[in-house]
Design a protein around this ligand. Structure first.
Ligand code: HEM
Length: 204
């Protein structure tokens, strides 16, 4: 979907015809709009707050991050998306934030479309299933000292090669995984990286 400049998400929904159902009713429009607002704001804000908490508590992490930013962009230049792609320590801080403090400890409510067996449980058709996904990153069999905030683990430790989308293997799932993965996970990642880099550059 490519929207014309200035068009709102809501405009694109007004024009959408769901095959076999026609246009959406008000209830569905309101649900879709509120979903984007609630799914896209608190998740990002929570991640940034936790990252800032750790940068304040552990000044060594903040120093290392500030140095990376200044070496890459300078003290006053505007940081862009292409800059943050060249900041491995920033990426490690963001991933460690998602590992240690996933914005959501559960994914959204899921349901099976037919009676299903899963992990030894019988899931009846239409039953709501709530997955506690944060256990992955709390498990000491999966992560060394899981309660410690240590971005370095993503540069040369137990976090190297860990994939946040669960495509290569599932060691953390801050955005869920599979068909119901957060549709904005890459936007979320870029957003948090940029926001954090800009804040640390400005408020070192
Ligand atoms: C750092 C930021 C974010 C995190 C950690 C995050 C995390 C998640 C998680 C865990 C889910 C549930 C996946 C599941 O049920 O399996 C989800 C779903 C969703 N997210 Fe995000 N999200 C973020 C940013 C955003 C943004 C910026 C938007 C929109 C602009 C967004 C829109 C959505 C929507 C619409 C869903 C529901 C998808 C569905 O019903 O299948 N998210 N997100």
């Amino acid at each position: 979907m490519a929207s014309p400049v200035g068009a709102a998400y809501l405009d694109s929904l007004f024009g959408l015809e769901v095959p076999g159902r026609g246009q959406m009713g008000e209830e569905e429009l309101v649900t879709l709009v509120s979903e984007v607002i609630s799914a896209g704001t608190d998740t990002s804000a929570t991640a940034v707050e936790w990252a800032l908490f750790h940068l304040v508590v552990d000044q060594e992490i903040q120093e290392r991050l500030y140095k990376e930013i200044v070496d890459c962009v300078g003290k006053d230049e505007v940081i862009t998306e292409s800059h943050v792609e060249r900041m491995p320590y920033l990426s490690a801080v963001v991933k460690e934030t998602f590992r240690r403090h996933p914005s959501s400890h559960f994914v959204l409510s899921h349901a099976a479309t037919e009676d299903t067996k899963l992990g030894g449980y019988t899931v009846p058709k239409n039953a709501s299933v709530e997955f506690y996904t944060a256990w992955l990153t709390e498990d000491s069999n999966m992560w060394e000292d899981p309660n410690e905030f240590r971005p370095e683990r993503f540069l040369s430790g137990d976090g190297v090669d860990v994939d946040v989308t669960g495509t290569k293997g599932v060691r953390m799932m801050p955005f869920g995984i599979g068909r119901r993965i957060c549709p904005a996970w890459s936007l979320g990642m870029v957003h948090i990286n940029l926001l954090l880099a800009k804040m640390v550059q400005a408020f070192h």
